[in-house]
Write a protein that binds this ligand. Sequence first.
Ligand SMILES: O=C(O)CCC(=O)C(=O)O
Ligand SMILES: [Fe+2]
Length: 473
Amino acid sequence: DNPLLAFSLIKRLHSGWPNVVYSDEATRNTQALHAGLGEVEQELPGAEDLDGAARALMRLQDVYALSVKGLASGVFQRAGQPPLYSPGRRVPLSADDCFHVGKVAYDTGDYYHSIAWLEEAASLFRLSYGSWNLEDRSSLEDALDHLAFSYFMAGNISHALSLSREFLRYDPSNQRVSRNVAKYKKLLETGTGASASPLQRPNSTRLQSRDAYEELCQRPRGQVGLQLLQLSCSYETNSSPYLLLQPAKKELVRIQPYVALYHDFITDAEAETIKGLAGPWLQRSVVASGEKQQKAEYRISKSAWLKDTADPVVRALDARIAAVTGLDPRPPYAEHLQVVNYGLGGHYEPHFDHATSRKSPLYRMKSGNRIATIMIYLSAVEAGGSTAFIYANFSVPVVKNAALFWWNLRRNGNGDGDTLHAGCPVLAGDKWGAGNAQMPWITGKRIPDTMANKWIHEHGQEFRRPCSADPQD
Ligand SMILES: O=C(O)CCC(=O)C(=O)O
Ligand SMILES: [Fe+2]
C-alpha cells in the first residue's frame, strides 16, 4: 500500500538481484546464480517499470503537493498541513533511491524535479559518507555532479560552482569537473551567467486545468461543496421488478452534470470474483489517439474487458445496471465491462468519456457515442484515488462496492462539457474499478485497488432516454 515501499521494492528487484549475481562474493556460486536469475528475469521489474515507479513518486509529490524531504523520510506531508496518509510503519528512502528518482527527471531535462530529489540524495550521502552500502549504484560524487549540472541549467551558477568544488574535494583529478569549475567562475566574473529565476514545474500542455484538478484531488473526503440543498438520498425502484425487494441506495451527488452514487451496488464476494476473472487478462490501458489506440502517460493503469458470458456474476451485474439506469447495457448498445486496476501512482488525467471527434475509434461500434458511464469501485483505497469532476468542481472519494453513474451526453445527443473528469493518483493502496459506457465501466485501482467501468452508447436507448421538447436539453 505504501508507495515508497513499492518504489524501493521495484528498485531492489530490478537492480539488487543482478548486483548480487555479478558481485565478487558470488563467484563460487556463479553458475547456480546465473541460471536462477535467467529463470526469473522475465518476471522481475524492468528498467521501464523502475523509471515509471520513479515518475509515480514525482506525480504524487506534485498532485498532493508533498515535500520531497518528507517523502525521503517516509512521511506524506504538505507544508503546514496534517499528513494525507500515515503508514503503519515509517520507511525512509535511501540516498540511492532519491538519486534514482532525481536521475529519471535529469535524463528528461526536468531540472525542477531533479534538483529537489538530488538535493535529498546529496544530503543523505553526505551523512553516510565513508560507509558502503552493497545495494547502492550511485555515490555522493554522482549526486553532486548531476545536481551541479541541474543548477547550471536552471541558471543558478553559484550553486553549480560550489557543488562542483565540493565534488573536487572527493575526486580532485576529475578533468571534466575542473573545467566546469573554471567555466562557472568565468561566467560569474563576467556576469554573463543566466540569473536564477524560480524553477517551474515542467509544462504539461494537456493539463490546462492542472490547478483545479490537483486542488480537487487534495480535497478532504466529505467536502461536497455547493448545491447541497437540492441533493438527496433515496431508495429507488425505478419501476423495475428487479428492484422491488431490494431498492437501489442512491445518493444524488450533483444535478448538472447529473452524477449519482449507488451504494452497495455489488457485494464483496462479487467484487472479488470480478477482480479474479480480470486479473490474468490485465494489460496496460490505452487511450484513443486519433483513429488509433495507444499507451499514454496521462492514463496509467491496467485493464481487461469481461464479456457477460465470462461468469454469471458479470451477467447479474448487467441486469442490475439495466434495472438501476433504465438503459440497455448489452453489446452493441454498451461496451463490455472494463475492469481497471491502478497501481503505484496510477491515474487518469482529465478527459471526457464521450468522443469529441467523429474520427474516434469509438464510432467503430456503430452504436453511437457514449451516452453514460457507470463505474463500480471494487476496492477501498487508503488515500487518494478520488474521481474528480474538474469544471463541475467536486470530487467523489472511492467508496468500495458503490457505483458512480453519470450522463456524458445531453438528451439532444451533444456532449456535456461539464463532465470533464479524472481519476486522481492513488496515494496509498490499490484502486480497482469496473464499468461500461453506453454504460460501460468498472474501473479500478491496483488489486487491492480496482474498478469496473461500463460505457453505454446512444443506440438502443432511444425509448429509454428520449429527447425532450427543448432542443437545448
Ligand atoms: O478512476 C477513476 O476514478 C475514473 C476513471 C475514468 O474516468 C475512466 O476510466 O474513464
Ligand atoms: Fe472517464
